[in-house]
Design a protein around this ligand. Structure first.
Ligand code: A3P
Length: 290
C-alpha cells in the first residue's frame, strides 16, 4: 500500500480528498442526482465519529427494534453511504423509511435533499478522539494513505489533508445549515455515557414512540460489545487487503478520552490553538472542552 501515491488513492471532489476504493465520480454524480423522500433519514457524521454505530441504531429505531436488518445485511448495504459506490447497487432494495449515512458537508448535499423533508441526525465527537481513531484507521485501511507518526498525522489532520477534509469545516457547514426541526445534533460522548437516553432522544426526533423495553433491547444490540461480535457490523467480512485487523480493529476501543493516552502537552496546545482559531468567530459552542 505504501508504494501508492496519494493521487492514486484519492480523488479530489470540491477540494475534498475521497478514497477511490469506495468513491468514484460516478458515485458522486449518483448522489447528486439522488431523489430524497420525505421519510428518509440520514445520519451525517465526520469520519471516525460513530458512522457505523448509526448504521446499527437507525434500522432498529425505524423498525421498532426488529433485529432482522442488523443480523442479515452487512452495514454498508443496510444503511449505505450516500456518496459511495454501493448505493446504486442497493437503493432499489431499500424499504421505506430508508436510512443512509453520509460524510458530505452540507453544501455538497444534492438538490432533492433541500426540497425534501428528509431528517438529519448529525453526530459529533470530540476531535481529539476523532484524530486518535483516524490515526489507527489509517494504519489498518489499505485504501487510505500511511499516517506516518502520530505527530505527523496530527498536522495532516489539522490541515485537512485527510478524507472529507477539515473537521472544523464539516462541523461549521452543518451548524450553519438552518434546517430547523429537520436536524438534530447528538454527540458520540452522549451515546457512550447513556445510550438508552440518547436512543430515546433520537426516537422522539424521528417520531417513533418506542417503549422503555424496546429502547433497552435496542441499546443492548447497539452496544460496543454486541456490535463487535456481529459479523454484519464488525467488518470481518471485508478482506484483509482493505481492512487489516492485525494492525487495528474497526471497532477498536469505543471509549471517550483515549486522546489522553496519545497527546503530549505540546501536541495538546497545538491542537487546541488551531481548532480554537478556526472556530473563534462562530456563534455556537462546542459541547466539550478541548
Ligand atoms: P475508536 O477507534 O475510538 O474505537 P466511524 O464509524 O465513524 O468510522 O467511527 C468509528 C469509531 O466509532 C471507532 O472509535 C469505533 O470503535 C466507534 N464505535 C463504533 N460503534 C460503537 C459503539 N457501539 N460504541 C462505542 N463506540 C463505537
Amino acid at each position: 500500500r505504501n508504494i501508492m501515491s496519494s493521487d492514486e488513492m484519492y480523488l479530489l471532489y470540491h477540494g475534498l480528498l475521497l478514497p477511490k476504493e469506495t468513491h468514484s465520480l460516478e458515485s458522486l454524480k449518483f448522489a447528486q442526482e439522488f431523489t430524497f423522500k420525505d421519510d428518509d433519514v440520514v445520519a451525517v457524521v465526520y469520519p471516525k465519529s460513530g458512522t457505523v454505530w448509526m448504521q446499527e441504531v437507525l434500522p432498529l429505531l425505524l423498525n421498532g427494534g426488529d433485529l432482522t436488518p442488523i443480523q442479515t445485511i452487512p452495514n454498508w448495504d443496510r444503511v449505505p453511504w450516500l456518496e459511495e459506490k454501493r448505493l446504486e447497487a442497493v437503493v432499489d432494495k431499500m424499504a421505506s423509511p430508508r436510512a443512509m449515512v453520509s460524510h458530505l458537508p452540507y453544501h455538497l448535499m444534492p438538490p432533492s435533499f433541500h426540497t425534501s423533508k428528509a431528517k438529519v441526525i448529525y453526530v459529533m465527537r470530540n476531535p481529539k478522539d476523532v484524530l486518535v481513531s483516524s490515526f489507527y484507521f489509517h494504519q489498518m485501511a489499505g485504501f487510505l494513505s500511511d499516517p506516518g507518526t502520530f505527530d505527523e498525522f496530527m498536522n495532516t489532520f489539522l490541515e485537512g489533508r485527510v478524507f472529507f477534509g477539515k473537521w472544523t469545516d464539516h462541523l461549521k457547514s452543518w451548524k450553519h445549515s438552518e434546517l430547523g426541526d429537520r436536524i438534530m445534533f447528538i454527540t458520540y460522548e452522549e451515546m457512550v455515557q447513556d445510550l438508552p437516553a440518547a436512543l430515546k432522544r433520537m426516537s422522539d426526533f424521528l417520531g417513533r414512540d418506542l417503549s422503555e423495553e424496546t429502547i433497552q433491547k435496542i441499546s443492548h444490540h447497539c452496544s460496543f460489545k454486541t456490535m463487535k461480535s456481529n459479523s454484519m457490523s464488525n467488518f470481518s467480512l471485508v478482506p484483509k487487503v482493505y481492512l487489516d485487523s492485525d494492525k487495528s480493529q474497526f471497532l477498536r476501543k469505543g471509549v471517550v478520552g483515549d486522546w489522553k493516552n496519545h497527546f503530549s502537552s505540546e501536541q495538546l496546545a497545538r491542537f487546541r490553538s488551531v481548532i480554537h482559531k478556526e472556530l473563534q468567530d462562530e456563534s455556537f459552542t462546542l459541547p466539550w472542552s478541548l
